[in-house]
Design a protein around this ligand. Structure first.
Ligand code: DON
Length: 348
């Protein structure tokens, strides 16, 4: 063999080696030991934080153990890291809004949400009625998003299905595919919220009155309330986030749950509005698309690197888990998760 035949073979071998090396790289190019250490350290640092309080406007949430504190991280190669309590379940609450939005985009196309609901931050609380008033067509049209209650109830109303059962199954199955196991509803939480959600019923009616919801607003609010009561642990949530981090393919089960091309839009809305009126502060600190729920969970996504979730029920004034924010920020910083971090390229 002369140089001419050996050289291309060497390039080919180098390319294969590089591909193998790259696909085997764990989150943020950290070793499994470093990833585990980042989770353990966040657990130790923040487990004694006592700020915040359980949500109590849904009576069943006030009864949840405020000491639950679990961290889970899933990498695109399907490795799951955990620290603390990752088996206790809480209700998913507003985190479900991400997956119902994704369901609608999958079913009705990428423009469906933008055109009907909007993708702008309201700068107001998640259950604001004033933001609905400002969104009326006469005042400029959709200026809300599918992660606040008004937009989320509208998104639920858009999920295709001939009957309530069909719509519900479509939503629940989709959540289960993201989590990689069949999820179920916490009946106590569902009943508790259904008995006290007059404000959301009013929001659903207003969205119907203003033409955002086309049909059956009461059914939409009821299904939305049920999706918020889906039971999850930190590991489920991290797998859901890990699926978004992995271009829509569940890294644990291997199932392509949503189209890769629809993922960036979902992440963009999470970045814009995932932590409500604290979304800007959160993005400034972490750069991570994320979503909180009043059950105490937060998910965050570092695209191509990891999905992370923390459950810790006490919330701050904006409705976001205090300890979950601290823990995710700490782990992500340790692992280089911020997608806006300086990238070295070109001549220096
Ligand atoms: O509709 C509600 O008020 C609740 N089911 C969900 C709100 C929520 O999770 C806000 N999140 N931080």
């Amino acid at each position: 063999m002369n140089f001419r035949t050996i050289q291309p073979m060497r390039y080919a071998l180098a390319a294969v080696a590089a591909m193998l090396f790259c696909t085997a790289l764990p989150a943020a190019a950290q070793s499994p030991k470093q990833i585990q250490a980042a989770l353990d350290s966040a657990l130790t640092r923040f487990k004694n934080v006592r700020e915040g309080a359980n949500a109590d406007y849904i009576p069943a949430l006030a009864r949840v153990d405020p000491n639950i504190f679990g961290i889970a991280l899933v990498t695109p190669n399907g490795k799951v890291y955990t620290a603390g309590d990752v088996t206790s379940q809480v209700s998913i609450q507003s985190i479900s809004k991400v997956f119902t939005m994704a369901r609608v985009i999958e079913d009705l196309g990428p423009n469906s949400i933008v055109e009907r609901i909007g993708v702008d931050a309201t700068g107001m609380r998640f259950n604001s009625i004033v933001s609905v008033e400002f969104s009326q067509k006469a005042l400029g049209g959709p200026e809300i998003n599918p992660l606040v209650n008004a937009g989320a109830i509208t998104a639920t109303s858009m999920v295709p299905g001939a009957t309530r059962d069909e719509v519900w199954k479509r939503i629940l199955d989709f959540h289960s595919d993201f989590a990689g196991r069949p999820l179920t509803v916490d009946k106590e939480v569902f009943d508790s919220e259904a008995a006290t959600n007059q404000r959301n019923q009013a929001i659903g009616s207003l969205m119907y009155a203003y033409g955002f919801i086309k049909d059956k607003p009461a059914q939409a609010t009821d299904i939305y309330t049920e999706q918020c009561a889906i039971s999850v642990n930190a590991r489920d949530l991290a797998t859901m986030a890990g699926t978004l981090a992995n271009a829509g393919r569940n890294p644990v089960t291997g199932k392509q749950v949503m189209k890769a091309q629809n993922v960036p839009g979902v992440l963009a809305v999470m970045a814009t509005a995932g932590l409500y009126d604290d979304s800007g502060k959160w993005l400034y600190r972490t750069g991570l698309p994320a979503k909180s729920g009043v059950g105490g969970g937060i998910i965050a996504v570092s695209p191509g690197k990891f999905g992370i979730a923390v459950i810790a029920p006490p919330l701050d004034a904006a409705g976001n888990s205090v300890k979950a924010q601290l823990a995710i920020e700490s782990v992500s910083n340790a692992l280089g998760g911020n997608p806006y971090a300086p990238q070295v390229s070109g001549k220096r």
